[in-house]
Design a protein around this ligand. Structure first.
Ligand SMILES: Nc1nc2c(ncn2[C@@H]2O[C@H](COP(=O)(O)OP(=O)(O)OP(=O)(O)O)[C@@H](O)[C@H]2O)c(=O)[nH]1
Ligand SMILES: [Mg+2]
Length: 461
């Protein structure tokens, strides 16, 4: 548990703005601010104002000189973000007045808050669970409207409720087993098939959550995507088209792009971290061959490959090299320059080359054809097309790891049941699964991990 300090931090970004807010939380917050605040209405006393009200007045230094004209909002525990007394001071948004008010607050005994400490208080004081605390950060950092929507779902506790329900059901299975162990005379043993069926139902729900977690992570972090293809197929043109700006150099000379260019963009709601690469071919020189090596590395690391082919050239030897590199990867094949009349490749022929792993679509990077089709194809390839809208989506690697553990323990329980092992073995597996689920909402996580999660936050949140 955190030592009972009075913490303070700037809640808004430091810089010139209309308003800047300094937030205090902890016992004595109201008293501290009252000691440096003169209400404009002399009959008012900050110590006596109703909770959750705003008072106009001045912050004054020890000499009684006015530092800033402010609005002060007093919020009494426990109906606050941190569940402690909270005071927010809304200053005029200049750098100097805010700094002076902050200095005064620190001088009067508050200490500067650590990153995410207000949210950590909210977690430690039971106002929100860990998944909800993470959602606060995700909402701040959301890169796409879908990412923000997921963060909101998580923030309002939808995920926590789903996880809670699953844990209750695991508890029920566990309770039955424990009753059979403790009171063998009084409790009828559950038939093996029935026990297996109950676990299989839970396993299915965990699988669904895991599927959703892959998508949830993509929405939070962006899908690592790479553009590959032989020189001159239009990779850089596609990047520029998707970005809506002339980011990468485009010429009709093959070998224009020599180094990786990475950009973040949102395509029909899907956030992509997209890398444009040097065209892949039998290299013409050292710089180009280094560029091609980097392109291959980027391809290795990508979650998704967008492989471009030029419909006007037919499938060339360089294209065969690109096709070879696609083995074992997920991606979409793009037949580019579909606006030109002299077509040498049609989707059907291409599909025979790549198999049904890769959807094949015709586009024109130059004219912007096929964006919607590309977005749909990406969603299908990453398996998002099959996830129902209302499915809960977990968003972090940490969640995914915990779910994998739950899945693993349930499999182990099924093996134990099938092998007629003593009930104690099954009970241990189910208990482990229950506990791994608790990690997601922060009930069964070591303190260091919790601290590292909050250290990602900005100061003042
Ligand atoms: N007609 C037509 N021309 C295109 C299209 N896409 C690209 N081009 C042209 O093809 C040429 C090469 O485009 P780039 O985007 O530079 O190709 P790249 O794949 O990045 O090439 P490298 O960087 O050399 O590997 C340029 O002249 C583009 O204008 C398209 O969809 N239709
Ligand atoms: Mg290029």
């Amino acid at each position: 548990m955190r030592e009972k300090d009075l913490i303070a931090a700037l809640g808004t970004a430091l810089g010139e703005a209309a308003i800047s807010m300094i937030r205090l939380s902890g016992e004595g917050a109201v008293e501290l601010v009252a000691s440096i605040f003169k209400p404009r209405n002399k009959d008012l006393d900050l110590l006596k104002v109703a909770s959750h009200t705003v008072t106009l007045g001045y912050i004054c230094d020890d000499q009684g000189d006015i530092i800033d004209e402010v609005l002060v909002c007093v919020m009494r525990a426990p109906r606050t973000y941190t569940r402690e007394d909270v005071v927010e001071i809304f200053c005029h948004g200049g750098i100097l007045p805010v700094r002076s008010v902050m200095d005064l607050v620190l001088q009067k005994g508050a200490r500067i808050a650590e990153p995410g400490e207000f949210t950590k208080c909210a977690f430690l004081n039971g106002r929100i669970d860990l998944a909800q605390a993470e959602a606060v950060l995700d909402l701040i950092r959301a890169r796409s409207s879908k990412g923000a929507e997921l963060a909101c779902n998580q923030l309002t506790g939808k995920i926590s409720a789903g996880i809670g329900k699953l844990r209750e059901e695991l508890k029920r299975v566990l309770a039955q087993i424990e009753a059979e162990i403790d009171f063998p005379e009084d409790v009828d043993p559950l038939p093996k098939e029935e026990r297996l069926r109950r676990i299989a139902v839970l396993q299915e729900r965990v699988d669904l959550l895991l599927k959703g977690a892959t998508l949830g992570r993509i929405y939070r972090e962006g899908l690592q995507t790479v553009l590959v293809g032989k020189p001159n197929v239009g990779k850089s043109t596609l990047l520029n088209m998707l970005l809506g700006e002339e980011r990468a150099l485009v010429t009709d000379i093959p070998g224009t792009t020599r180094d990786l260019i990475e950009e973040m963009l949102v395509l029909e709601g899907i956030p992509l971290r997209i890398v444009d690469t040097a065209g892949i071919r039998e290299s013409m020189g050292l710089v180009e061959s280094l560029g091609i090596e980097r392109a291959k590395d980027a391809l290795e690391q990508a979650d998704l490959v967008l492989a471009l082919f030029d419909v006007t050239t037919g499938i060339t030897d360089d294209d065969l090299v690109v096709l070879h590199l696609l083995h074992g990867k997920k991606g979409v094949v793009l037949l580019n320059k579909a606006d030109l009349p002299q077509k040498q490749i049609d989707p059907q022929t291409m599909m025979e080359h790549v198999g049904d792993q890769f959807p094949v679509i015709e586009i024109s990077s130059k004219l912007g054809w096929g964006q919607k089709e590309l977005a749909d194809a990406i969603l299908n390839v990453i398996g998002a097309g099959h996830i129902a809208g209302e499915t809960v989506l977990l968003t972090r690697k940490r969640h995914q790891v915990a779910l994998e553990k739950v899945k693993d323990r349930l499999v182990s329980a099924q093996i134990a049941i099938n092998g007629n092992l003593p009930l104690e073995f099954i009970a241990v597996d189910i208990w482990d699964a229950w506990s791994a689920l608790g990690e997601i909402i922060g009930e069964t996580l070591p303190d260091e991990i919790i601290s590292s999660i909050f250290s990602e936050f900005c100061v003042g949140k």
